[in-house]
Design a protein around this ligand. Structure first.
Ligand SMILES: Nc1nc2c(c(=O)[nH]1)N[C@H]1C(S)=C(S)[C@@H](COP(=O)(O)OP(=O)(O)OC[C@H]3O[C@@H](n4cnc5c(N)ncnc54)[C@H](O)[C@@H]3O)O[C@H]1N2
Ligand code: MOO
Length: 404
């Protein structure tokens, strides 16, 4: 059996970042930069006041009280280029340019104005409340590196650097194909021996949550012609994920039709639970991952394999799903030969320590337990029995947009 790490490495080896496209900076949230973003301006463009008050020569207010003559008023958006002479002050507001020869701001709380005179009670040393030109960033400075997924803060920075457009990687398009005569879409007439195709819905939601664009190819019935047409619809996608039939690959129509279309096929038994059988293939350059049909296996495999795959396609580079350490909330039996991923609840105890309690039933068909889980306890192959309180590794499922 292949280890989880080996399987992940083999899948990722066949993937390349999607090409770039241009988007408005306003639409940049969550997108992955294809190029570095450099400042096109100095920020601030010149020295500005950080407070509402009076621009002064600091030497004039070294001793207080000091009386100065107000010679101008400068709100943000205007400026005064006449140098400040000794004994003069300029009424100034937050963000407004500091006039030449002024080197400090006295905040208005520390001064009293009467007509065109101001009495300063508490002086300001040189540089006080003055933001020098380029304090935040200077023209040409790199603000954001290629390969970064943009947060709201990054969007703000890119806009401040005066970029109306950004070059980002196209969102990965992931075709999803469910298979089998027994599965129907939610809400469709449900025969006695049929089940609802929960997998395609959950997987599409997963892809969307990870910044991809799901392309639902529907459900392929056990008919080679219909199936061939479904597969053709995957053209233009960056990844095709099939669901079901992974354990009996050679005899399944999806695989025979893929093979007839010239796909190179590999069937792997992976040392993981859930999610042992996995198919990997390439159809005229389109990578294909065949997941087992059990609903929990689909979403656990998505977390372990598709999440990093989407990251590579998105231009983020390869990564492993984040993990944390927690204390076991219940004892566990010794593990078998596969890495186990036990659905578990997470909570903090009285001391603030993280505790992971596995659900009593761990069947790979039980979506109710997966939906209720906060994380997956990872148990290495042949891990010995573990007592309550022992430290275990957990893959959290509540990691924002990546949540399974
Ligand atoms: N003799 C063996 N039997 C099985 C083995 C094995 O090693 N030897 N492996 C088991 C494991 S582990 C898994 S996982 C499953 C994988 O089966 P398949 O990938 O062939 O998947 P199916 O048989 O098509 O489906 C399994 C299960 O999932 C349900 N399913 C399928 N599609 C959907 C869908 N779109 N939405 C919701 N549920 C779906 C399907 O009805 C089955 O109940 O094989 C074990 N057997
Ligand atoms: O690998 Mo299967 O997914 O254990 O149920």
């Amino acid at each position: 059996m292949l280890s989880v790490a080996d399987a992940r490495t083999r899948i990722l080896a066949g993937l390349r970042p999607c090409p770039s496209e241009t988007v408005s900076v306003a639409d940049g949230l969550g997108r992955v930069l294809a190029t570095d973003v450099h400042a096109r301006v100095d920020q601030p463009p010149r020295a500005v006041s950080a407070m509402d008050g009076y621009a002064v020569r600091s030497a004039d207010v070294a001793e207080t009280p000091a009386e100065l003559r107000i010679v101008a008023e400068v709100p943000a958006g205007s400026n005064r280029d006449t140098p400040l002479a000794p004994g003069e002050a300029v009424r100034i507001f937050t963000g407004a340019p500091v006039p030449p020869e002024a080197d400090a701001i006295v905040i208005q709380e520390n001064a009293a104005r009467e007509g065109d005179r101001v009495t300063v009670h508490t002086g300001s040393p040189a540089g006080k409340w003055v933001r020098p030109a380029g304090l935040d960033f200077a023209r040409g400075e790199r603000g954001l590196a290629a390969g970064r997924r943009l947060t709201a803060r990054d969007v703000s920075l890119a806009a401040a650097m005066n970029h109306p457009w950004l070059s980002v990687h196209r969102r990965p398009r992931v075709a999803i194909l469910a298979t089998g005569d027994e599965v129907v879409l939610p809400g469709e007439p449900l025969g006695a021996n049929q089940i609802v195709s929960s997998n395609s819905m959950g997987l599409a939601a997963f892809v969307r949550a990870r910044g991809g664009e799901p392309v639902n190819l529907g459900i392929a019935r056990d008919d080679p012609d219909a199936l061939g047409a479904h597969l053709d619809a995957a053209q233009g996608c960056d990844l095709l994920v099939t669901i079901g039939g992974a354990s009996v690959g050679e005899h399944d129509h999806v695989h025979s039709v893929l093979a007839a279309k010239g796909a190179e096929m590999a069937f792997w038994k992976i040392a993981m639970r859930p999610g042992k059988p996995l198919m990997f293939s390439s159809l005229a350059g389109l990578p294909v991952v065949g997941l087992p049909g059990n609903p929990v296996s689909v979403l656990v495999c998505a977390h372990i394999f598709l999440r990093p795959a989407l990251d590579v396609l998105a231009g983020l580079g390869a990564s492993e799903p984040p993990s944390v350490q927690a204390a076991l909330g219940a004892p566990l039996d010794a593990n078998g030969e596969r890495t186990d991923h036990l659905r578990a609840e997470l909570h903090r105890d009285d001391t603030g320590a993280l505790v992971a309690t596995p659900f009593a039933r761990q069947d790979s068909s039980m979506l109710s337990r997966l939906a209720a889980a906060d994380g997956l306890i990872v148990r290495a192959p042949h891990a010995p029995a573990a007592e309550t309180g022992e430290t275990v590794t957990v893959l959290p499922l509540d990691d924002g947009p990546g949540a399974v």
